[in-house]
Design a protein around this ligand. Structure first.
Ligand code: GLY
Length: 557
């Protein structure tokens, strides 16, 4: 009898452990995002009968209030969608360079990079795209009036947002930079602690004007006037003409198959979809499922595919409205098989020996992601950013929001690394009205023609590797969504030639990797990515994967 009881307790413990690996499971609809308040607002919109696109607009605006670290009105982003009837598409609301921008604007007279100019202050700011993006989505897919979608964010801004421990830490960390960028104290510039409430009164007023006057309020109205006056007062080059000319653009997403799955991800000006396609197509011929998850062989194979993809990224990729990018060649099986020919499990390649690949001909840290599925079966995957934490740190007091420092995503000087250590060349040089190359990878996965997964991540260059590893965790290692999101990650990006591992990664494999010639960097990778994802379970229910690395949460019904 005693033995049976022990056995039953043992079974119960195993069940509990397995249960813990799953995230929130709901029947109809879900939002997974960086803040619970935003997820709740998005979910409430779907409860009222709105679709995933309506929920996207409400969630985005709520994040602009509740998560000023990366949620935004003053930034931009990308959306990938799949409608209930399987139609796919994507929207580019990426920032662009002001008309007065030029290729050497971040260099001094000796061609040296001016420290911090592309990162901090008025001239780091790209022309914001978020508001234009939200209106574009509403025009095509919205079912509820825009006024109803923006109101919850206004109410939240007035009521105030409770500061989390992580948020207090971030706000306090950047205080000095807020002062430096604005040349004055901004209202967020004080010592915060967990549990404080911040009311965003000026932001509420801005949102109210947008509610009443529409998109033009941001790009032509009082908001535009205040924004430009503030930037010009800080010697910024952006003008009202820049705002007036801004357009969000529908783009054809990158679509490719990986084994039985179709992957839909963002195309240029984001490198995300192309790089993920290159990495997954490079490893597809290998029997990755036979290698233990996060084992030496697994890390090796992925690292070498990443090394090659990031080398190509640095050379070939830029805004396809400005440069010709050989997308089809770069993701073709033939090209990728040739690229992987020099790979061997016997030793590491080096990034010196792996340059960008030769193409036969030309045919053609801080960000946030949210994933949404509605009860109709529509799926929306959005990654949006100010680039760095609180962007350029420029905060327009009269408007109540931060502006991006997306200009740093250009290659400000060939070979000079940006804030993510990414290097670039001609294809991503600064030019007026050009969009800077991104790594944002909002992604949707189909299996046998049905919606399977919606995912994405912040993290600059590590977005690409985080999204790729989560796809593999689910497709190859059959993990529940929450477990896939929580697993430790690693990252290689060609240059610098080392692998970054998260602190909780199993270190026992490091000596073996080092013996094979891999350099390991544990110094500055506290976390790699912050994936928020939704998995459609075989019974049709939705499982959320909210990344425990942040305050992220899944909300649904
Ligand atoms: N700002 C980060 C990215 O777009 O990749």
């Amino acid at each position: 009898m005693k033995k049976i009881i022990i056995f039953l307790i043992f079974l119960l413990l195993i069940q509990c452990k397995q249960k813990q690996k799953h995230g929130l499971i709901t029947v109809k609809a879900m939002v997974v995002s960086a803040r619970k308040e935003a997820g709740k607002i998005g979910t409430d919109i779907m409860k009222k009968g709105g679709n995933a696109f309506d929920a996207m607009i409400a969630t985005h605006l709520a994040l602009a209030v509740a998560y000023p670290f990366a949620g935004n009105l003053g930034g931009g982003g990308f959306m990938v969608y799949r409608t209930k009837d399987g139609k796919t598409g994507s929207l580019d609301f990426r920032e662009k360079a002001p008309l007065k921008a030029h290729r050497n604007m971040y260099l001094d007279s000796l061609d040296n990079v001016i420290p911090d100019k592309s990162l901090l202050g008025a001239n780091a700011v790209g022309v914001p795209g978020s508001v234009a993006g939200l209106y574009k989505v509403h025009q095509k897919f919205g079912t509820l009036p825009f006024k109803e979608l923006i109101q919850p964010a206004i109410d939240l801004a007035k009521k105030g947002v409770v500061v989390t421990k992580k948020q207090a830490k971030a706000l306090n960390k950047y205080r000095k930079l807020f002062f430096k960028a604005n040349k004055r104290k901004i209202f967020l510039d004080k010592e915060w602690k967990e549990g404080d409430t911040i009311k965003y009164i000026k932001l509420a007023e801005t949102l109210e004007r947008i509610r009443d006057n529409g998109k033009d309020e941001f790009y032509k109205g009082k908001t535009a006037d205040l924004l430009i006056a503030y930037l010009q007062n800080l010697d910024g080059i952006m003008t009202k003409e820049d705002l007036e000319k801004y357009q969000a653009k529908w783009r054809k997403p990158i679509e490719f198959t990986y084994k039985n799955n179709k992957i839909i991800s963002m195309s240029l000006p984001s490198s995300g979809g192309i790089c993920i396609a290159q990495i997954l197509k490079s490893i597809e011929p290998f029997h990755i499922e036979q290698y233990k998850h996060n084992s030496v062989k697994y890390v090796q194979l992925l690292t070498e595919a990443e090394r090659r993809a990031f080398a190509d990224r640095a050379h070939y990729l830029g805004d396809s409205d400005f440069v010709k990018v050989p997308i089809d060649s770069l993701i073709s099986d033939k090209y990728l098989a040739r690229r992987m020919k020099s790979f061997s499990f016997e030793r590491a390649n080096t990034s010196k020996e792996i340059s960008y690949g030769k193409i036969a001909g030309y045919e053609s840290n801080e960000t946030t992601h949210y994933s949404i599925v509605d009860s109709f079966g529509n799926a929306v995957s959005v990654t949006t950013t100010l680039n760095g934490a609180y962007g350029s740190k420029v905060f327009v007091p009269e408007l109540g929001f931060f502006l991006n420092n997306e200009m740093d995503d250009f290659s400000i000087k060939p070979g000079f690394p940006n804030m993510f250590g990414l290097v670039g060349a001609e294809a991503n040089a600064v030019a007026p009205e050009k969009r800077m190359l991104s790594s944002m990878s909002p992604t949707i996965v189909e299996e046998n023609g049905k919606l399977k997964m919606v995912l994405g991540s912040p993290g600059g260059s590590t977005i690409i590797t985080s999204v790729t590893q989560n796809i593999l965790n689910v497709l190859e290692y059959k993990m529940p969504m929450q477990e896939a999101v929580s697993k430790p990650r690693f990252h290689h990006q060609w240059l610098p030639d080392n692998i970054k591992f998260e602190p909780n990664f199993d270190k026992s494999i490091f000596p073996k990797l080092e013996k094979l010639g891999y350099k390991i960097d544990q110094s500055n990778a506290p976390v790699i990515g912050k994936v928020d994802a939704i998995l459609v379970l075989p019974n049709g229910k939705l499982e959320g994967g909210a990344d425990p690395r942040g305050d992220d949460s899944a909300v649904g019904f």
